[in-house]
Design a binder for this molecule. Sequence first.
Ligand SMILES: *[C@@H]1O[C@H](CO)[C@@H](O)[C@H](O)[C@H]1NC(C)=O
Ligand SMILES: *[C@@H]1O[C@H](CO)[C@@H](O)[C@H](O)[C@H]1NC(C)=O
Ligand SMILES: *[C@@H]1O[C@H](CO)[C@@H](O)[C@H](O)[C@H]1NC(C)=O
Ligand SMILES: *[C@@H]1O[C@H](CO)[C@@H](O)[C@H](O)[C@H]1NC(C)=O
Length: 399
Amino acid sequence: MRTIVAALAVLAAAVPAAMAGWSTIASDVGTAATGIYFTDATTGFLPADENGAGAEIVKSTDGGKTWTTNEPHQGGLLFLDVAGYGENIVVAGALGEEYSIDGGAYFNTSSGGGSGQCVRAVGARGNPDAIAVVGEFGLFNPKNGVAMSTDGGAIFTTFDAKLFTDARYGAFPSAKTWYISAGNWPEANDDKPSNDDFAPKNDDFSDAPSTITRTPRFELRKTAKGGYKPYVRLPGRDAMVTGNETIFQAQISLSTDAGKTWNSVFENKGDFYANGIACIDDNNCCFVGEADAGAAAGARIHCTNDAGANWNRTLFLPGPQNSLLDITATGTAGEYWAVGGTLSSLDANATFYHSTNSGNSWTLDSTISGSYASAVDCRLPPPVIRESTAPSCCAIDGF
Ligand SMILES: *[C@@H]1O[C@H](CO)[C@@H](O)[C@H](O)[C@H]1NC(C)=O
Ligand SMILES: *[C@@H]1O[C@H](CO)[C@@H](O)[C@H](O)[C@H]1NC(C)=O
Ligand SMILES: *[C@@H]1O[C@H](CO)[C@@H](O)[C@H](O)[C@H]1NC(C)=O
Ligand SMILES: *[C@@H]1O[C@H](CO)[C@@H](O)[C@H](O)[C@H]1NC(C)=O
């Protein structure tokens, strides 16, 4: 893993996405990041971590080619994901949210949220209703689900998504329709925390030990093939988890009344855990999942065309080396990108799967040697002119 740990790369697909392969457009952006968000063709944000410097929000104004820190943040903050709309930018992290109302010039601390590994705009991307963070919220009787802000990220209200496992990612196709993906992997595979502190040096995976290293930020798990695979891990998670920690579990919980009531619309106990989820609209959604052990080891995509009533597994990549971490809808009819990689003890290759028929079928569009794509985002398609050479979709190699 040494080769991909040192360089945090930004990976991009040019416009129009359907015609272009993915390539690396920036390297060595930081040492760890798990989210990426572009406001428009030129302006993008990454929640990054610099060795020794702690958490920071880095910004690009040239379509992702160069990235600069626009504000120093104190060490100890752990930023994991970023999203926004217009001049509003919200960063989620293990110790709370921060928000900007001026295009990222200044970030202030949000109130009411908690530990979130995913933040997404709610509703139409160009005209959102709110911004949502998925994770665990509150120290006492924590809510495992979603925190919602209707004022650009200043104040969050929390909702428990009635899950039997950890809330991980969300998709919010409209103001009232919220999908939460959840999952856990067998804790029996885990060691005691050996690096249970916030020292940045422990975020460097290049000194992977012979067993398993866990930091509050990430956990390294040994794969069946003897390699290492990183997982985002929130501090205090063990204390809050309600699920069965001896098996892989995946779950999708759906609310169609803005978080008042929830239905468990997908459950798997034993095969895999769920990662990113994305929706084209209230009825059409897909999520990615994976397991690196067991009879059903491999990466997969499950999709619904009927608002969660049925989920078909429309892609399965068998084998513990296959990983899918995130998925996004592009805004073009029927189009999704799902990203992840193949991992071994020696190297990793980022993979980019594409669907243009609402997730019914997938093609492997691109592979990038030496990378591992952990998050993907597509900006709104340009309304008129499509001959821009700026990237329309970006992914981050966060490890
Ligand atoms: C940051 O938020 C706090 C709490 O809402 C507020 O009192 C303060 O004025 C804000 N700071 C800036 C620079 O906007
Ligand atoms: C966890 O899953 C295992 C395997 O299916 C099962 O035997 C066990 O009873 C479950 N434990 C709980 C607490 O649900
Ligand atoms: C990555 O791709 C290279 C070829 O570019 C191949 O040799 C290697 O086995 C691949 N590794 C994984 C984990 O897929
Ligand atoms: C799921 O499978 C059914 C039956 O083959 C099909 O009608 C439906 O379109 C499929 N949905 C997805 C999302 O693949």
